[in-house]
Design a protein around this ligand. Structure first.
Ligand code: C2E
Ligand code: MG
Ligand code: MG
Ligand code: MG
Length: 299
């Protein structure tokens, strides 16, 4: 693979050509291909956002969506985020990619609001590298200004890993983000190793229960206990709580019976391309008033 050798050589410096033999395992080959291709993906318009509905468990209504990036590469095919976000993170490319995600998701949500599809919230994942970038606040401000999206309609998903070190600067960044009027949530809550004490000191609005806990709530008493406790913890701290990865009616019933506020998962809908999400919204808003009715699986 001359292209890979060239790429590596370029990376190592002009006088540092290296030969790659079959000994180089497939995984690192794939990694190199992804890393190389990732550098051009933005300018080649290869990214697209899918949107997954977030449903209020009391009303059964769609109240928001999470924007999830998808990468369609002409040769590599559809590369799932699990296979490139980490590489984008290590190379720093995530800062530009993440800025594109933020701008695209906010613009799309505003367009849906302007089309009369409801004042919904859009959740955007923020990586550690973006969180640490010097221009984070300025770049958020310019997206909000350019798209004219109400900041209250933007939710930024952070992970606990952000809080493991350098607590003081993290608090300050969070307060500056909050002062823009956006909502902050903790994604994959319960899977990180940080201390719970940050919850009382940081201006967080929402906990997202990781789907690994949700998967077995109806079969595993320990997972059920963890989920019930997270819901109680959130509410005692005056935070909202959303469960991710809800796949069955039994899980939904359980979460609702424990007072979970919102849910997101395949049971209601997979992440959808923008046009399909819009169709879902149009169909959904035509549903009869939900009152105490069960949320309807829309797909
Ligand atoms: P996440 O933020 O925790 O997103 C939820 C993931 O769970 C998504 O995977 C979603 O498709 C999947 N999911 C949703 N409902 C269900 C369900 O009922 N069952 C199962 N098995 N899975 C469900 P996806 O889209 O592959 O994204 C994986 C991760 O990649 C995300 O996890 C997030 O950490 C990261 N990611 C995605 N888009 C972005 C982005 O724009 N920026 C950054 N920094 N990270 C992103
Ligand atoms: Mg997320
Ligand atoms: Mg998550
Ligand atoms: Mg997760």
């Amino acid at each position: 693979h001359a292209d890979i050798a060239m790429y590596r050589a370029k990376k190592l410096g002009r006088n540092n050509f290296q030969f790659y033999t079959p000994a180089m395992n497939e995984e690192s080959m794939e990694r190199v291909r992804i890393e190389g291709a990732l550098r051009n993906a933005l300018e080649r318009n290869e990214f697209v956002l899918h949107y997954q509905p977030q449903v209020d468990l009391k009303s059964g209504r769609i109240v928001g969506m999470e924007a999830l990036i998808r990468w369609k590469h002409p040769e590599l095919g559809m590369v799932p985020p699990g296979r490139f976000i980490g590489i984008a993170e290590e190379t720093g490319l995530i800062v530009q990619i993440g800025a594109w995600v933020m701008r695209t998701a906010c613009a799309q949500n505003k367009a849906w609001q302007d089309a009369g599809l409801g004042k919904l919230r859009v959740a955007v994942n923020l990586s550690a590298r973006q969180f640490g970038a010097a221009d984070l606040i300025a770049s958020l401000e310019s997206v909000l200004q350019d798209t004219a999206l109400d900041p209250a309609c933007l939710e930024i998903e952070l992970t606990e890993s952000l809080f493991m070190s350098d607590i003081a600067p993290a608090v300050e960044i969070l307060h500056r983000m909050k002062s823009l009027g956006v909502n902050l949530s903790i994604d994959d809550f319960g899977t990180g190793y940080s201390s719970l004490s940050y919850l009382s000191r940081f201006p967080i609005d929402v906990l997202k229960i990781d789907r690994s806990f949700v998967a077995d709530i109806t079969h595993d008493a320990n997972d059920a206990a963890i989920v019930t406790s997270i819901i109680a913890l959130a509410h005692n701290l005056k935070l909202a709580v959303i469960a991710e990865g809800v796949e069955t009616a039994e899980q939904l019933d359980y979460l609702r019976s424990r007072g979970c506020d919102e849910m997101q998962g395949y049971f209601f809908s997979k992440p959808l391309p923008a046009a399909e999400f819009e169709a879902l919204l149009r169909q959904h808003s035509a549903l009869p008033a939900p009152a105490a009715a069960e949320p309807e699986p829309a797909l």
